[in-house]
Design a protein around this ligand. Structure first.
Ligand SMILES: NC(=O)c1ccc[n+]([C@@H]2O[C@H](COP(=O)([O-])OP(=O)(O)OC[C@H]3O[C@@H](n4cnc5c(N)ncnc54)[C@H](OP(=O)(O)O)[C@@H]3O)[C@@H](O)[C@H]2O)c1
Length: 247
């Protein structure tokens, strides 16, 4: 029986999710399984998508709909509700249930890479859906953090205030980019931090995986930081999505 899965977002052409699932379905002999990219101009277009594709069994959700999609769900996993963002939807009998696999995927990949020595302190750039997943992961790992936003009041500090508030960049040893700055096709952009304050004690994790080395990661590496992109996280969250769809 044909089964459809896919990714919804405002722009989805940058995503590696289709390639990941196409290869997986081929490898595992799942010939009737398909994964497609669905670009939605507005989140309310989800209703039409579901009507036109009754074979849909599961969806991933990307920028900027991880929070907006919640009002379309019949049910939400308690962990996703707590985080306030959904990146996986399972569809059974036309009913949508939302989950968050970003948070555990981020936490697991961070634990394998970041030493998390006593006194570790993090800065999260961005306050959207994946920022919320990262915040929950850092809480579980007991890593204190501050969030950085373009707008005053949305996070703990703005980019402009970053250095005025007592050397925040120098005080943290982990910086996570959860903004789309630098993501394909806008590859020349990067979060506006003072890279002269980045050095060898910094670990810099960019959730972006396309391109593999964003300008943000390149600049941080040039200043001696240890860097990581979002590809491993993408793969881990995809496998967790798959497990939920087959539950
Ligand atoms: N590797 C993975 O598995 C994985 C998983 C999840 C997400 N991601 C990546 O993470 C990024 C964010 O995704 P998301 O779903 O969290 O998006 P989102 O919900 O739209 O949040 C992005 C946040 O970044 C900030 N932002 C947005 N546009 C910006 C801009 N032009 N300049 C500076 N800041 C901007 C905003 O925070 P402020 O308004 O407070 O500044 C916004 O809330 C995307 O690149 C996505 O591909 C990767």
């Amino acid at each position: 029986m044909e089964k459809k899965f896919g990714l919804i977002g405002a722009t989805v052409s940058h995503s590696f999710s289709k390639t990941y699932f196409d290869e997986k379905f081929f490898r595992e002999g799942l010939r009737d399984y398909h994964y497609d990219l669905y670009e939605l101009k507005e989140i309310k277009d989800l209703k039409t998508l579901l009507e036109e594709n009754p074979e849909l069994c599961g969806l991933n959700v990307t920028i900027p709909y991880k929070e907006q999609v919640i009002k379309f769900l019949a049910d939400i996993d308690p962990a996703a509700r707590k985080i306030g963002a959904v990146n996986v939807i399972s569809i059974k009998g036309g009913q949508l249930k939302g989950y968050n696999t970003d948070s555990d995927a981020f936490r697991e990949t961070l634990e394998r890479w970041f030493p998390n020595e006593p006194g570790s302190n993090a800065l999260i750039l961005g306050t959207g859906g994946s920022s919320k997943a990262v915040q929950e992961a850092l809480k579980k790992l007991n890593i204190p953090f501050k969030t950085v936003s373009r707008e005053e009041g949305r996070g703990d500090v703005t980019y402009a205030q970053l250095e005025k508030k007592g050397g925040v960049l120098a005080d943290v040893n982990l910086i996570i980019n959860t903004t789309p700055m630098g993501m394909s096709p806008n590859t020349s952009t990067y979060p506006p931090i003072d890279f002269d304050l980045i050095d060898t004690h910094h670990f810099i994790y960019d959730l972006i995986y396309n391109p593999a080395r964003t300008v943000f990661l390149q600049k941080a590496e040039m200043h001696g930081a240890t860097i990581k992109n979002g590809l491993e996280m993408l793969h881990v969250q995809a496998e967790k999505s798959w497990a939920l769809w087959n539950n």
